[in-house]
Design a protein. Structure first.
Length: 281
């Protein structure tokens, strides 16, 4: 098992990197080209232009409410990393522009910003954090309803982005929707590549040998599910494992080496909660 201190340190550094990429997307691509955003960031803009409420006040009030909701429904580790993330995003947003990129073809910055946002959110989610706002709600939807994080975040952001067209105009609203969609797609791809979890169901007569080999490979316990054949009535244990994408590929070859005729079912899992999740990282 990995050292908890080193894991926390690594996650904190990853969140700082993700916060920096997120801030570059906002400072250098979205704001200079007057492209909107979803979630709390989008609401602060609507509140300022429509009701003349200072963005700082809206941001603090809404994020406080959402963090309190998340505190009740999400683990305290996620809330801690989310607060850490919000601090660094606030810091980087105050920095001057880095890319100095400006173009009349506003579709280009919307696409690039969507890619940057997706990568930034992927890094932050990978480190067990969120940027608060709609990402907290997306994490709750992922945990309790199994909706992919990027998809859940897109749904939350569209609730804000679509009405924003009354403030920033129809063209900018469509650019905002394009940016949000690309961000959600990139986030889902990122999670599938680096953070996806898979379940393996294995049926084999060599249960003891297979279980010992898999346990040694994963350095963790193995779950056994009692099953029986419908026609034969034969009782047999089924091996059930939750693992990462990289581990699933390694285990597949190990299983085939022990029993080439073993039945293997591999499925992607959209949401996993519990102690075993931490052991797989």
């Amino acid at each position: 098992m990995k050292n908890p201190s080193s894991t926390i340190f690594r996650n904190c550094l990853t969140i700082i990197l993700g916060s920096f990429v997120y801030s570059v997307a906002v400072n250098d691509l979205l704001l200079p080209h007057q492209i909107g955003e979803g979630g709390v960031t989008g609401l602060t803009a609507i509140g300022y232009y429509a009701l003349h409420i200072q963005p700082a006040i809206t941001n603090i009030v809404l994020n406080t409410i959402i963090l309190l909701i998340g505190f009740k429904l999400l683990d305290k580790k996620t809330i801690f990393y989310s607060i850490w993330c919000v601090i660094w995003i606030s810091f980087f947003l105050k920095m001057p522009s880095i890319l100095h990129y400006h173009t009349q073809q506003t579709l280009i910055p919307a696409i690039i910003a969507g890619v940057f946002m997706g990568i930034a959110l992927g890094l932050i989610y990978r480190a067990n954090g969120t940027i608060a706002g709609s990402t907290i709600i997306a994490s709750i939807l992922n945990k309790y309803f199994g909706i992919q994080t990027g998809t859940a975040m897109l749904l939350c952001d569209l609730v804000v982005a679509l009405p924003s067209g009354l403030i920033i105009g129809t063209e900018r609203m469509f650019l905002t929707v394009i940016e949000l969609y690309i961000s959600a797609v990139v986030l889902n791809i990122f999670n599938n590549m680096f953070g996806a979890k898979y379940s393996l169901k294995i049926i084999t007569p060599k249960v003891e040998q297979m279980s010992a080999a898999l346990s040694d490979q994963l350095k963790q316990g193995i779950t056994m599910v009692h099953t029986h054949g419908y026609y034969s009535g034969e009782k047999r244990a089924m091996i059930y494992i939750i693992c990462t994408k990289k581990q699933s590929a390694q285990l597949f070859f190990l299983i085939e080496r022990i029993d080439p005729d073993a039945m293997i079912v591999i499925e992607q899992v959209h949401s996993v909660a519990g102690h075993e999740l931490n052991m797989l990282k």
